[in-house]
Design a protein around this ligand. Structure first.
Ligand code: SF4
Length: 373
């Protein structure tokens, strides 16, 4: 696995290999203990980090820190985008000295998907309404569209002097130059909170899916190269597992809408998708009773990991599956009920958040527009 394409629907089969090959650190027992109130950590869904200790040391000492991530606004939130959002919000809530930065990558949507900026703005309001419904604190958040943040493009321009096409090819493989450019703009997003008008150098944490590590490596390299002029700290990161699609074989992705759950799915959509999902079940009932199912291969079991709050309940589902005491039909019905009630509650909250979402983006755009390096 020499290079990695963060713009494609990637299926990571071996996380240990990814960790070894790219020098990601696993969460040690001290970190797991510190972050034990995070269900993604407890359930092994966070697979690693870079420099998380540095971020936590500053966070715990009460010094200013930032949490930054973003979204390409080409659709409604799905479970993958929800996971990134929940990680950001977790760290924002855990540390009152933190500020959250959320970049809406409309320039990347234009370059990678040919989507115009007006459509991106409409979808951004939907995405930010989801963030608010999930618990983002708007009083400690800066949300902006990349196209409004000239200083992010300025940073990309400065960074372009530090890279060659060969270096970018080593990280990303051979891609269109627009994607290399959008990677430099993303590095601008990641390092923005450390520029002087946003409070100067400070540790920043980037929660992302494991397939986004190339952007972190590039940003850390650029931060290192600019440690003297900007004083940048290398950004820290935490990586979560990619969510399997309901068809079982690739990550849940906007590019394959029928095999992913979105936060806007209706009850009928959910029913259709979950009841048609691939499972870790056996070919016949008799076999399942005799051999048990395979929850670790099962996207329906994943739904319990992502939606069920009670760890004990998840343990019971797993044990019953392995022992052949549970059949996939009834298990899907239970999952449908659980996901359905979660999404119903979320959708009620998010409809009330749309005006606020629009205001927050407007405010963030004004802020970044009026800042210079
Ligand atoms: Fe998956 Fe449930 Fe079937 Fe087990 S019983 S394989 S967890 S659907």
């Amino acid at each position: 696995m020499k290079e990695f394409n963060p713009w494609a629907a990637t299926d990571i089969k071996d996380y240990d290999k990814l960790i070894d090959e790219f020098g990601i650190s696993k969460l040690n027992s001290d970190l797991v203990k510190k972050l034990n109130d995070n269900k993604y950590v407890r359930r092994g869904l966070i697979i690693g980090h870079r420099d998380l200790e540095l971020f936590l040391n500053y966070a715990e000492s009460g010094k200013k820190i930032s949490v930054i991530s973003g979204i390409k606004p080409t659709g409604i939130f799905h479970l993958g985008s929800r996971t990134t959002a929940e990680q950001m919000i977790y760290f924002q809530k855990k540390f009152s000295n933190s500020e959250l930065y959320y970049s809406i990558a409309d320039l990347e949507a234009y370059m990678d998907n040919g989507q115009d900026l007006i459509t991106s703005k409409k979808l951004a309001i939907e995405n930010v309404a989801d963030m608010l419904a999930l618990g983002m604190d708007p009083s400690r958040s800066v949300v902006y569209m990349q196209s409004s943040a000239l200083l992010v493009s300025d940073l990309a321009f400065i960074f372009s002097d530090d890279v060659t096409v060969n270096m970018l090819q080593d990280i990303y493989g051979e891609r269109r130059f627009s994607l290399y450019l959008s990677a430099l703009v993303q590095s601008g997003d990641i390092l923005l909170p450390q520029t002087k008008n946003f409070g100067g150098p400070k540790p920043v944490l980037v929660p992302v899916g494991a397939d986004q590590d190339p952007h972190i490596r590039l940003s850390r390299d650029l931060a290192f190269k600019h440690r003297n002029d900007f004083g940048f700290f290398p950004p820290s990161s935490v990586y979560h597992k990619l969510i399997r699609s309901l068809s079982g074989d690739e990550k849940m992705s906007k590019r394959n809408p029928d095999s992913m759950i979105t936060l806007s799915d209706s009850k009928a959509d959910l029913k259709r998708k979950i009841m048609a999902a691939f499972t870790g079940g056996r070919t016949t009932i008799e076999e399942q009773r005799k051999l048990g199912g395979e929850p670790d291969k099962c996207p329906v079991f994943d739904l319990y990991l992502y939606f069920e709050d009670n760890d004990k309940e998840i343990g019971e589902v797993r044990a019953e599956c392995l022992a052949g005491k549970r059949l996939c039909g009834e298990c899907k019905q239970q999952a449908l009920k659980m996901v359905g009630s979660n999404l119903e509650e979320h959708q009620l909250k998010r409809t009330k958040m749309k005006d606020l979402a629009g205001d927050i983006i407007q405010k963030g755009n004004e802020l970044v527009k009026n800042m210079s390096l």
